[in-house]
Write a protein that binds this ligand. Structure first.
Ligand code: MG
Length: 161
């Protein structure tokens, strides 16, 4: 088989006194995501989709939150490590599509920067990377501004046996 698909999901709590980093982009906001690493929920989601496509487990296996080595880690570096793993197994990303669920801040002005950053980190064209944003209509923790979640689908194509 020469194509594989993977699905990813992640959610982080939105709290005071943390930077908000999404898709490797620092977004000015009064709150940020809580987590062991930089808590970049979008990048984590994409990594899980990439790993899932090859049935390689999840990011918790490779970068356990119990390991102090990953405290405050730049998730883009972790993403690049996952991309190297994928390539070493003989695969590359064909395209990825994602959605971030956040009531606030408005993400539209940052979407292009996120796509560019993720594409650069993954050695892709920006046209291969889709980031969308939606609100949760005031519902649940995302809608109440207590969390931000993300979903992603990644398609891989084989580059070598
Ligand atoms: Mg996470």
């Amino acid at each position: 088989m020469n194509i594989r698909i993977g699905n990813g999901y992640d959610i982080h709590r939105l709290v005071k006194d943390r930077p908000l980093i999404l898709g490797g982009i620092h977004i000015a906001y009064e709150k940020g995501l809580l987590g062991h690493s930089d808590a970049d929920v979008l990048t984590h989601t994409i990594m899980d989709a990439m790993l899932g496509a090859l049935a390689l487990g999840d990011i918790g296996h490779y970068f356990p939150p119990t390991d102090p080595k990953w405290t405050g880690a730049d998730s883009i570096k972790l993403l690049q490590a996952v991309n190297e793993l994928i390539k070493a197994k003989g695969w590359q990303i064909s395209n990825l599509d994602s959605v971030v669920i956040a009531e606030a801040p408005k993400l539209k002005p940052h979407i292009k920067s996120m796509c560019d950053r993720l594409a650069q980190a993954l050695e892709l064209e920006t046209s291969q990377v889709s980031v969308k944003a939606t609100t949760n209509e005031g519902l649940d923790s995302m809608g109440q501004g207590e969390s931000i979640a993300a979903h992603a689908v990644v398609l891989l194509t084989r580059i070598k046996e």
